[in-house]
Design a binder for this molecule. Structure first.
Ligand code: GDP
Ligand code: MG
Length: 444
């Protein structure tokens, strides 16, 4: 599992507090996390670079709205830029041309061209009441034309009769004629692919294009394509000229990086997404949804908002530092408990943080239930300053005094001390592993 961008930004949000405008170093710190998250979402390196440059130029010096924290501001800027890069509007297949409108499907072998041809044909037939003819120009794979014929039977869409021995350009010409004579509204040409981009493929696509003058040329690309997405989209766009992109296998991809890469280098809209093998697993592309997926937006915004209302940021930052160094005394615990109460208790805080479920369990195992918080605060406030700073030195007589002062007994105090020791150990351990967990907690 990759760590979401919201996790990463969450852990540095508090580094960006208390100033009127975003400084260069604020933005750099945030963008380092943004860059890493984008790379892990498989966005290509060159797109990551230009993307972060654009966010940087918008973010540095940006006025921070009073009611918004700088960290939230960066999250919002990144989100907005993602949506802008992905294309803020949904663009449908354009059928605004004399019939038959020709759509040519291009892409690598196995990317989903034939499947998508069937899906689009079905959608145009059912939703837009179009008369559609499909033709397979794939003479490379023996069963390819047969595959499309079967899809046509399944979906009730006409396919061009198969005639052995014709080359792709000849089939394209025959398909155009059949579509005209048959009074079809739309002709979809399903082409052959290769396992990788090569010259013969590009030449073949260019020839088919010249012969059939398609109104739409849709690049069909697997969303699991990683760093190659840029080369793929750029080659097809430069050599054949695409009008849009269909991203397939989005059902198997939680990251969304290929969408960003391909859109960014070609500027061509992602028109549809394939979300499964079935003929109706085709959906419109919603840029904001993919942006959310890349960013991993969950409840981070509400978490940040609630935290911002309640917490003295500097105090929390100092606390985080203490935790990481392993110096976590009872004064710190009291502060922490107070902050937890403001945030709706430990369950409320942990429940909102991705990846913190395990820690939530540990903490409730350690006895930090919300109903105990009050009693624990009472115990700590019955201690002297010296006692809070040196909890390990508390002996029987002192415990007795504290118990009397807080209306509890020695067992309650021992429980509190044990919990404190466990938390301190846990913080120390997390601090040692790079301080991420402690960082998030302290920065709440
Ligand atoms: P082509 O070589 O480009 O024509 O690719 P095909 O259309 O033959 O598809 C190759 C494989 O990918 C087939 O097994 C399809 O069922 C599968 N496939 C296509 N689109 C999707 C999709 O959106 N999701 C999933 N899960 N599988 C898909
Ligand atoms: Mg095919």
């Amino acid at each position: 599992m990759f760590e979401s961008l919201q996790d990463r930004l969450g852990s540095i949000l508090n580094g960006l507090t208390g100033r009127g405008a975003l400084s260069d170093s604020d933005v750099s710190a945030a963008l380092r996390e943004v860059r890493r998250a984008l790379l892990e979402a498989d966005v290509s390196l060159e797109v990551v670079r230009s993307f972060t440059d654009r966010v940087r130029s918008k973010a540095v010096g940006a006025e921070i709205v009073k009611s918004i924290k700088p960290g939230q501001m960066v999250v919002k800027l990144v989100h907005d830029e993602l949506v802008a890069t992905l294309g803020s509007d949904q663009v449908a297949i354009d059928l605004n041309a004399p019939s038959p409108v020709t759509i040519m499907m291009v892409g690598l072998q196995g990317s989903g061209k034939t499947t998508t041809t069937g899906k689009i044909a079905k959608r145009l037939t059912e939703r837009q009441k179009k008369r559609v003819l499909m033709a397979s120009l794939d003479t490379r794979r023996p069963a390819a034309q047969e595959q499309l014929r079967i899809l046509g039977e399944q979906t009730g869409v006409a396919t061009l009769p198969i005639i052995a021995g014709q080359d792709p350009v000849e089939i394209a010409a025959r398909a155009a004629q059949a579509a005209r004579l048959g009074g079809y509204d739309v002709l979809i040409l399903d082409t052959a692919g290769r396992t990788h981009i090569d010259e013969p493929l590009m030449v073949e696509m260019a020839e088919i294009k010249a012969k059939s003058a398609p109104h739409e040329i849709l690049l069909v690309a697997d969303s699991l394509t990683g760093q190659d997405a840029v080369n793929l989209a750029r080659s097809f766009d430069e050599r054949v000229g695409i009008s849009g992109i269909v991203l397939t296998r989005v059902d198997g991809d939680g990251r969304g990086g290929a969408a960003l890469s391909m859109r960014a280098v070609t500027g061509k809209p992602i028109k549809l997404i394939g979300t499964g093998e079935k003929m109706d697993a085709l959906e419109d592309f919603h840029p904001a949804r993919i942006a959310d997926r890349i960013l991993g937006m969950g409840d981070i915004v509400s978490l940040v908002e609630r935290a911002a209302e309640n917490i003295d940021a500097e105090k929390a930052a100092a606390m985080a530092k203490k935790m990481q160094s392993g110096k976590f005394d009872l004064n710190d615990l009291a502060d922490q408990i107070g902050q937890m109460q403001k945030l709706g208790g430990m369950g409320g805080v942990m429940g909102m943080m991705p990846g913190m479920a395990k820690m939530k369990d540990q903490i409730s195992a350690a006895g930090l239930d919300d109903k105990l918080l009050k009693r624990q605060l009472a115990i700590i406030s019955s201690m002297t300053k010296w006692e809070r700073e040196n909890p390990d030195l508390l002996k029987h007589s002192r415990k007795k005094r504290i118990a009397a002062g807080s209306g509890t007994d020695s067992a309650d105090i021992n429980k509190l001390l044990k919990m404190h020791r466990q938390m301190a150990d846990m913080m120390k351990a997390m601090g040692g592993k790079g301080g991420k967990g402690a960082g998030i907690m302290g920065k709440l």
